[in-house]
Design a protein around this ligand. Structure first.
Ligand code: SF4
Length: 273
């Protein structure tokens, strides 16, 4: 891990995050120790290390709290996405508490907050998260198979711990989303669908494995392509699973699913109806 001093902790949202309705992104870290093989963030030009090293480095923005204290007023009431190019709940967050510190600085300013993570450590911060009037915790659960998870996300937390985190967030009164993004090969499609349906996430997002074939911008690695081919998981398999989900739940696909939680005014309107 490297420590860096960042110039800013909130950046104007761009790309699919901007199109989804977010104003700002917040990345307490640069790089990601979870090292998912399909991660688009490894292709970003601002990464200081070669793509082949993805998952073996990250930088912690050690002045994140100081910056958040100064800059939080500018995101008051705005839609903030945490995080777009890293995971806000890397193992290092347990001791560094950068994400937690930023959240604490944000509470008085009440942005509309989306937390996007694979890290069950998010449950540590439910006491802070539940102080936001508009918040959603999205947890990525891309498969039902630990074998597949270990192949594609070797250093990310086990799937059961993510399910547990979802349940704890919901029990704390926090709105939750499940992101099957990208959907990786499934062992038992029917059981996976059943489990998601039984949980009834507030938002469900699915996406087929993203592969722009080595094109410019967001893409995936040759290794991820090889793993998909080995398991013979195709877009038709993905479609069949999504159709089963759609019969029972609302399904948002790809970037259509990444939108902010409703504003407090919208929540009041929902209550009145
Ligand atoms: S957790 Fe997110 S940012 Fe980290 S490697 Fe996986 S997909 Fe990329």
């Amino acid at each position: 891990m490297e420590e860096i001093n960042a110039r800013s902790i909130f950046s104007p949202a761009t790309g699919f995050i901007r199109r989804g309705g977010f104003d700002w992104t917040c990345n307490p870290y640069l790089g990601c120790s979870f090292g998912c093989k399909y991660c688009y963030a490894m292709f970003l030009p601002q990464n200081p290390r070669p793509r082949e090293d993805w998952g073996r480095w990250f930088q912690a923005k050690v002045n994140a709290l100081e910056l958040a204290r100064k800059q939080a007023p500018k995101v008051a009431g705005k839609a903030v996405y945490i995080s777009s190019v890293t995971d806000p709940y890397l193992p290092a967050e347990r001791s560094l508490c950068l994400t937690r510190g930023i959240l604490e600085e944000l509470v008085p300013h009440q942005p509309r907050l989306l937390i996007q993570t694979r890290g069950p450590l998010v449950v540590r911060d439910l006491d802070v998260l539940s102080q936001f009037r508009s918040v959603r915790v999205n947890i990525s659960i891309p498969t039902d198979s630990e074998v597949v998870r270990q192949a594609f996300e070797p250093k990310a937390p086990p799937l059961e711990r993510r399910w547990q985190a979802l349940a704890e967030a919901r029990a704390a009164g926090v709105t939750v989303g499940i992101c099957v993004t990208p959907m990786l090969p499934l062992e038992d499609v029917e059981a996976f669908v059943q489990r998601i349906v039984a949980f009834r996430p507030d938002v469900l997002v699915t996406q087929h494995f993203h592969d722009s074939g080595g094109g410019f911008g967001a893409d995936t690695t040759d290794e991820a392509r090889r793993l998909m081919e080995e398991r013979r998981w195709t877009e038709d398999d993905y479609r069949r699973c999504v159709e089963q989900l759609r019969q029972r739940l609302e399904v948002f696909e790809a970037e259509a699913g990444f939108f902010p939680p409703p504003s407090p005014a919208e929540l009041v309107r929902c209550d009145i109806r």
